[in-house]
Each structure stands twice: as C-alpha cells, then as structure tokens.
Design a binder for this molecule. Structure first.
Ligand code: BGC
Length: 641
C-alpha cells in the first residue's frame, strides 16, 4: 500500500471514528435530554420488595437502592420546589415527579378552613403515591407563629416574643403545638425557625427572629426544632414536621440602603461583614445548635454576602455548611432566590446548583428548570454526581420523616385552635411581655380598680396583635379573626364587676372626670419582609395623639406597645407612667391582660437592645450601639415590678 492509500485509509478511519464518537455523544445527549420524568413506559416498575420499600433496612441502604432506580428525570423532579398556584396542571406533579410544593404566604385554598387545606394538600401529595417509585412529596409553608395560614388556628407570639420569654421548654411546646395543628392539615414542612440576628431595627423582619444574640438564638432554635419533631405521636421516632433553619447566613446584618430590590431598603441587601472569623463566632453557632437538634433543611438567604448572592455562594453553602458543619440534609433556596438578581436563567441554575442548592424554590417555572437542568447535565455544566448528592440529601429528609412508611390516615382537624393550644399560647404571651418602665409600681393594676380608660390603635385590633404571615403575607389589619381575643376584651374580662372600662381609640372621652388608670395600646400595623423596612420605626401620629388625650383623661397612663421591633420612643417615654413591650402576641390577647392585672408576673427580657436614636444603628454583635452611646434599654433589660 502506498503512503497515499494508507493516509487515505487513515483519514477515512479517522473520519469514521469521529463520526461514531459524535454519534455516541449525540446519543447520550439525546438520551439525557429526552429522559422523561414519567418513565413508567421505559423504566421498569420496582419489585414490591425493593430494598428502599423495606422499613427494616437502614435509611442509607434504602436511599442507595432508590437512587440506583431513579431516572435522571425523576432525580431532577425531586430538586424542584413549586408554588402551588404555579402548578398549571395537577397531573404535572406526577408527570415530573416534583419533590416539593409550597404555599407561599397567602397561598390558601378557596375554602380556607382546616378541611379545605387538608383536601388541597392531599391533591398534591396523593398524586405522588401512584408514581412509578412512589416518592412522597413534601408540602411546605411558613407557619412561623402557629399555622397562621388558616383562620381559627392558634396564633402564638411571633418569634421575637418567644425570644423575650427566652424559655426553651416553652418554645419547644409552642413548636410542637404548631406542628400538630399544621400536620393535621397535611402540611409536613415548615420554613422555620429563623436564626437571623437583627442588628438594625429598621429591617422589616426583626419580629421573625428570636434575638440578635446568638447565645439566645441557638438554644431557642434547637428547642423549636425538637418541638416540630414527633409532633403527631410521641411514640414515633421519625420527624413529623421538617424544620428549616433559615436564612443561611448573616441575615439581619444587611446594611441600610443596600437592598437589591428597588422597593426595599435593607431586606435583600448586602451583608457587609464577610469576615470568616465573624462567620464562625457569631453567625454559625445558632446553626450548629439547629443541626444538632436535627434540622434537615436549611434555607439559603435572599441577600448577598459581600458582593455575591448567598444562593450562588459555594463557599458558604458547600464548604462551610455541608463540609465544615457536616450538614447531612438539603439546602433549599428562598423564593425565586436563585434567579432574583440574574438575567440568565440557565447560568443562574448552573451556578446555584453547583454552589450547593439542592432544592430550588423556583417557585414558578418548573418545566424550564427541568429542561435547563437536563441540558446542563448533558453539557457537563452540572455533574451527575452533584445531582445525585442533591437528591440523596432530599431523600435523607424524606426517609428520616418516615414519609415512605406511612399508611395514609385522615388526621384529626379538630385539634386546630384547640383550647389546650390556646391556653399554651396565652401562657407564652404572659412570659413574652417586657416591663420597660413602672413609676410608683403602677403595674400590675388592681383588678378592683374603679375606672379604666383604654385607647390606641392596637387595643381592639387582632390583626395588629397577630401581625403579618396571618392568612395573608402582609397580615390583615382589624378585627376579623374568629376565635381570637383582643387585648381590650382581655382587659374587660380581667377586671371585677364593679370596674368601669371605657374604650375610645382616639382617647377622646366625652365624659368629664379622670379615670384611675388609662391604658394606651398602640403600635405598628402589620407588615412583612422589605415592606416593613422603615427609616424611623415609630408610633403613628394618631397613636401619639391618643396617648396625649388619654393622659388628660386619666390619673396614670400605661402604654402597651404592640410592635414587631423596638420603636423610637425616647422623647415620649418621660410622659408615660409605665411602658410594656408586648411584641406581636397573636390570637390570645388575654395573656397581655393577665400580666397587666397581676394574674401572671412580668418575666420577659429584651431580646435585643432598644435604641435611643436611629443614629445608634446598626448595633454591634455585642449589643452595643454603633456610635458607642448607651441604648435606651440594653439587651436583657426587663423590670420585674
Ligand atoms: C421568605 C422566606 C419564606 C419564603 C416562602 C420568602 O419570601 O424570604 O422566609 O420562607 O418566602 O414563603
């Protein structure tokens, strides 16, 4: 063979080789691309005695078996968390093998009753049971002060009140009752507790936190997580409601004016302190406590750490959380968090997943997510081993909860808003009040006082007591929540028969003469997230006027502050005889009256410093003001009488 023929042959062989290699690549690409989630037709049905179905085997063995049976499509479905109203066709959850569905705040069924919820959630969860592998779906929601999604549920104090009570055993019981009420409606995943440390009261999410002190947050968060576990039966070892420790990490330290959202000021802003030493000494300890207590999901915060979005930060999510803290559960991103600041969906998906997000709270477009993921795997932009790791972590939580082994039962919804839970909420309210000022021992007021006058916007306003995340994301101002007790109603039922109680929101009383005591109940209208960012958290002019009017109509004035955070009251305080931080107590206003009239003692302490001026912000991690001047009341302050 002459060289010419040889080289011709070599060339032809090379071309043929290239052709076949390309064919293989294209085949793999197409196989990955067209690997459907509903692979019932192609993938075999698992045998009835498949190891993953055997509850006697260890979770590790079961997970390995299940993973080995899953198609790529089935794996990618597990990584999708979809908002319930974004599910175009209910059959999609089955078709795509969706891992989780959520009700965002206000994501209620048309029939917003416990029964309505139970039916709605079951529409999703039941569908998954008849898929090829029968992997259960997680239904999640924010139930951060009781299951506030449904009218009639017991509403506990928001976390800031539990932080003031600073009682881990109480916190555990509150979490347990919350989990019992929501699992009765089929909800088995909560996006709580919040471990954020609020350094700046101008942030609209202060009340969602326990405290700005990691030493207070860690034990309370751990207690809360323990309370969510084993919520429906003491005997079961499995987790009944999956807790989410959030928002990893550093939230509460964002700098004023840095929000990436044009409507907000501080929420979704920049955590300026990306110092690894601070990360370890301040931010991580509450997470260590939460993981030790068994948290198996952690939410990546909607903020940036220095100049990088947390959901894109591999160092935080993988190196620190998964490797250093040895977190064995899964990382879920926050609402649209992977995409919030991005213009390129594909790039955002690839970066988020490679950074360590395991389940994406999309929450909208699951079809694009799944097809982007397939392309990313085919392109090698995301490795199959990263997908396997993410799915394994999600399965760790699902197996630990016992979801694979449960027999479908119809839960008892009569527990929602039960007397027992309301009694617990009432005692939580009692323990959460912080006595800030008490001239001449005015408090507690005698139950036999002859004449009480009550004023202020929060006196007869359950919506202000319960705050946001109550049926609607931003809450609902006013008296509309059946079964709840306003603080005014609590006052009326606390005093003796001979006591006259008068109420005028404005503090303008037509009758002449002075009451023995005036009780002004004032505070903030409900708000959530960045909509509550406020340049100057303060009382409204109407409330300040009402206090002034009440002052003229009463011998002494007590001011009860119903708010999600400390308000700037420095110039007002000298004219008040007594002042109490009530926080956002929830549905049981009676608990406030109990303490005001001496049926329970004052025992709460400030979970964060109460600033004198806005210039003192942000506070330091040690609870001191930014400019070194003394706060109006330091963290830990709380009079006993
Ligand atoms: C909040 C999260 C919450 C999620 C789901 C987001 O807007 O930042 O805290 O868990 O919505 O409702």
């Amino acid at each position: 063979m002459n060289n010419g023929i040889k080289s011709d042959l070599v060339n032809r062989r090379f071309a043929l080789g290239l052709f076949f290699s390309l064919l293989v690549v294209v085949a793999v690409f197409l196989a990955v691309l067209f690997d459907e989630a509903s692979t019932t037709s192609v993938a075999p049905l698992p045998p009835i005695d498949a190891p993953y179905r055997n509850s006697v085997l260890s979770d590790d063995v079961r997970i390995a078996d299940l993973l080995s049976r899953m198609t790529l499509g089935e794996k990618l479905g597990q990584m999708a968390l979809v908002e319930k109203n974004s599910v175009g066709n209910l059959e999609d959850v089955k078709e795509y093998g969706i891992g989780g569905v959520l009700s965002g705040a206000g994501g209620k069924p048309r029939d917003n009753t416990p029964m309505g919820w139970l039916d709605m959630v079951a529409q999703f969860t039941d569908r998954l049971l008849s898929t090829r592998l029968g992997i259960p779906l997680l239904y999640g929601t924010d139930a951060n002060h009781g299951n506030g999604n449904v009218p009639g549920a017991t509403l506990f104090p928001h976390f800031i009140g539990l932080g003031a009570a600073n009682d881990p055993a109480l916190t555990e019981r509150v979490a347990h009752a919350t989990a019992v009420e929501s699992s009765a409606m089929g909800i088995r995943w909560h996006y709580s507790p919040t471990l954020d440390l609020p350094m700046d009261i101008r942030w609209g999410r202060v009340y969602e936190t326990f405290s700005d002190d990691p030493k207070r947050v860690g034990p309370l968060a751990a207690a809360y997580i323990r309370g969510l576990r084993n919520s429906t039966s003491e005997a079961r070892a499995s987790i009944d409601v999956l807790a989410t420790a959030k928002h990893f990490v550093g939230l509460g330290s964002m700098a004023w004016g840095t929000s990436a959202n044009a409507d907000f000021k501080i929420d979704q802003g920049v955590v300026p302190n990306d110092d690894p030493a601070v990360l370890r000494s301040v931010y991580l300890p509450p997470y260590r406590a939460a993981l030790e207590a068994g948290a198996l999901s952690v939410m990546a915060g909607l903020a940036s750490w220095g100049d990088e979005d947390i959901a894109r930060n591999r160092y935080l999510l993988t190196d620190v959380l998964k490797n250093e803290l040895k977190f064995s559960g899964f990382v879920v991103s926050d609402w649209y968090g992977v995409y919030e600041n991005s213009v390129d969906r594909y790039e955002a998906t690839v970066t988020g997943i490679n950074a360590g997000v395991d389940m994406v709270m999309l929450p909208y477009d699951y079809k694009s997510f799944i097809s982007d993921m397939k392309i990313a795997v085919a392109n090698g932009d995301i490795s199959l081993s990263r997908v396997d790791d993410a799915v394994r972590r999600i399965l760790v939580a699902k197996f630990a909860m016992g979801l694979f082994d449960e027999q479908p039962t119809r839960p008892d919804i009569s527990i929602v808003g039960s007397l027992e839970h309301r009694a617990l909420a009432r005692s939580a309210v009692q323990k959460s009040l912080v006595l800030l000022k008490n001239s001449n021992h005015l408090l507690p007021v005698s139950k036999d006082v002859r004449h009480v006058r009550v004023a202020g916007s929060a006196a007869n306003n359950v919506g202000m007591q319960t705050g946001a995340w109550t049926v609607e994301w931003q809450g609902i101002d006013g008296n509309w929540l059946a079964g709840a007790t306003s603080i005014l109603a609590g006052i009326r039922s606390s005093v003796g028969n001979s006591t006259k109680v008068e109420y005028q929101q404005s503090g303008n009383f037509s009758e002449k003469g002075l009451a023995d005591v005036g009780i002004a109940i004032v505070g903030e209208k409900p708000y959530a997230e960045g909509w509550g960012d406020s340049e100057q958290p303060r009382l409204s002019d109407a409330d300040i006027t009402a206090i002034g009017n009440l002052r003229k109509a009463s011998r002494m004035v007590v001011v009860l502050i119903v708010s999600g955070r400390p308000l700037i009251i420095t110039n007002l305080l000298p004219s008040w005889d007594a002042a109490v931080a009530v926080w956002l107590p929830g549905s049981e206003g009676q608990g406030v009256a109990d303490v005001v009239f001496g049926n329970a003692p004052f025992s709460g302490t400030l979970p964060l410093p109460w600033p004198r001026t806005i210039e003192q912000l942000p506070m330091t991690f040690e609870g001191r003001s930014h400019d070194g001047s003394a706060a109006l009341f330091p963290r830990g302050f709380g009079l006993r009488e």
